[in-house]
Design a protein around this ligand. Structure first.
Ligand SMILES: NC(=O)C1=CN([C@@H]2O[C@H](COP(=O)(O)OP(=O)(O)OC[C@H]3O[C@@H](n4cnc5c(N)ncnc54)[C@H](OP(=O)(O)O)[C@@H]3O)[C@@H](O)[C@H]2O)C=CC1
Ligand SMILES: CC(C)(CO)C(=O)C(=O)O
Length: 321
C-alpha cells in the first residue's frame, strides 16, 4: 500500500541567503536519494540532468522505513546552468560516466568549487582528482541501497553508512565542513581518512562479488555454493596480494572471510552489476576487477582470476557497444 503523500517544508530557521546550495549531477537512484535527503533538511538542491522531461519538477522519496514525502528540488539541464555558478557539486553518475559528465559541466564550476564523488569502485576518483586539482575533490564510500520506483520517486531500501574524505589537499581542507552539512540529513555520514583505504575495502568486496554474480547471473547468496565460493577465494587472494604490495592494510579477518560475511548478509541481493547486465547497461567492471588488474600489471603481479573475470564480463556484456 502506498503511504500518504506528505510535503515537508524547508527548515524555517534557514534564510534564503544562508542556505548552502547543492548541485547534483545525475538524477538516478543515488542522486535522487541524496537530493531528497538534502532537500528535506533545508538545503537548496539543483538536480542536473542530461535531458529535461516535463514531469521532472515533481520529486518524492520514501525514506528508509518511512513514509513517502515530496521534496522541492529544481531540475535543470546542464546547458541552462550559468557559467561558474556551481559551488558544491555531487557527482552521482556511474563510474564510467563520471569523468565525461564532469568535463561537460566544467565551465559551470565556480573557481572555489567542491566536488563530491559517489562512485563505486576505483579509478574514476583518482583520474578526476588529478584532472580537477584546482578544485576541492572528495570521495564518498556508500553502503546504502536505493532504487528508482520511477524517474521521479526514489526508495531508500537499505540503511547504510557513508564514509567521506578529501582526495586532494583542497578536499581535505573542507572535508569537515562538508561532512557536517551531510550529517544534518537523515544519511549516516562519517568523516574517514585515509579515504583511499576505505574505498579499497569496499572495492575488495565488490571485486569478490559483483563480477561473479554477473557471469553466473545469480543472487549474492549463490556465491556461497562450493564451486562459486572457490572463485570468490581466488579473487580475494589476488586482491590481498595487490593491496599488500600497495602498502594498504588488509582487513584483519582476511578478505575471503569478510566477503563471505557480506555474501551471507546480502544473500537475497541482486548485485549492482547483475542489475546492470539485466538492464542491458554498461557495467562498472573496468572500475572494479579491471582496476585491480591495472594496478597488478603496474606492480608486476599476476592476477589471472581477475583478468579472466574482467575479460568475460567485457566480452559478454559490453560487446554491442
Ligand atoms: N544505487 C545504489 O544503491 C548505490 C549506488 N552506488 C554507486 O553510485 C553510483 C551511481 O549509481 P546509481 O545511482 O545506482 O546509478 P543510476 O544508473 O541509477 O544513475 C546514474 C545517473 O547518472 C546519469 N548520468 C550519466 N551520465 C550523465 C551526464 N553526462 N550528465 C548527467 N547525468 C548523467 C544517468 O542519467 P540518464 O538517465 O540520462 O542515463 C543516471 O540518471 C554508481 O557508481 C553506483 O555503483 C553506491 C552505493 C549504492
Ligand atoms: C556489497 C554489494 C555486492 C551488495 O550487493 C554491492 O555493493 C553491490 O551490489 O554493488
Amino acid at each position: 500500500m502506498t503511504a500518504p503523500h506528505q510535503t515537508l517544508p524547508l527548515n524555517p530557521s534557514t534564510t534564503q541567503d544562508s542556505i548552502p546550495c547543492w548541485s547534483i549531477l545525475g538524477a538516478g537512484s543515488l542522486g535522487s536519494l541524496w537530493a531528497g535527503y538534502l532537500s528535506l533538511s533545508g538545503y537548496a538542491v539543483q538536480l542536473l540532468v542530461r535531458r529535461l522531461a516535463l514531469s521532472d519538477q515533481t520529486r518524492s522519496i520514501t525514506p528508509y522505513q518511512g513514509e513517502r514525502l515530496s521534496y522541492p528540488a529544481q531540475v535543470s539541464d546542464i546547458q541552462s546552468c550559468a557559467d561558474r555558478s556551481i559551488q558544491q557539486l555531487i557527482v552521482a553518475t556511474k563510474a564510467p560516466d563520471a569523468l565525461p559528465a564532469l568535463n561537460a559541466i566544467r565551465p559551470k564550476l565556480a573557481d572555489q568549487a567542491t566536488i563530491v564523488l559517489l562512485q563505486n569502485g576505483m579509478g574514476a576518483q583518482q583520474t578526476i582528482a588529478a584532472q580537477f586539482e584546482q578544485y576541492a575533490v572528495l570521495a564518498a564510500c556508500i553502503t546504502d541501497g536505493a532504487y528508482l520506483e520511477n524517474s521521479q520517486h526514489v526508495i531508500h531500501a537499505g540503511k547504510g553508512l557513508t564514509r567521506i574524505g578529501g582526495l586532494n589537499q583542497k578536499g581535505q581542507a573542507v572535508e569537515q565542513q562538508i561532512a557536517e552539512q551531510l550529517q544534518k540529513t537523515a544519511l549516516q555520514v562519517e568523516l574517514s581518512q585515509p579515504i583511499e583505504q576505505v574505498l579499497w575495502n569496499k572495492l575488495a568486496i565488490n571485486i569478490a562479488i559483483n563480477g561473479l554474480t554477473a557471469v553466473h547471473q545469480c543472487l549474492n547468496g549463490a556465491l556461497a555454493e562450493p564451486d562459486k565460493n572457490q572463485q570468490v577465494l581466488q579473487l580475494c587472494l589476488e586482491t590481498e596480494k595487490v593491496m599488500r604490495a600497495l602498502g594498504l592494510t588488509v582487513p584483519e579477518q582476511g578478505l575471503f572471510a569478510l566477503a563471505n560475511q557480506v555474501i551471507a548478509g546480502t544473500a537475497a541481493n541482486r548485485s549492482s552489476m547483475l542489475q546492470d547486465t539485466q538492464k542491458g547497461q554498461p557495467t562498472e567492471i573496468e572500475f572494479i576487477n579491471g582496476y585491480l588488474l591495472r594496478q597488478a600489471q603496474h606492480l608486476g603481479i599476476d592476477v589471472p582470476y581477475n583478468a579472466a573475470l574482467t575479460a568475460e564480463v567485457l566480452q559478454r556484456f559490453h560487446q554491442a557497444r
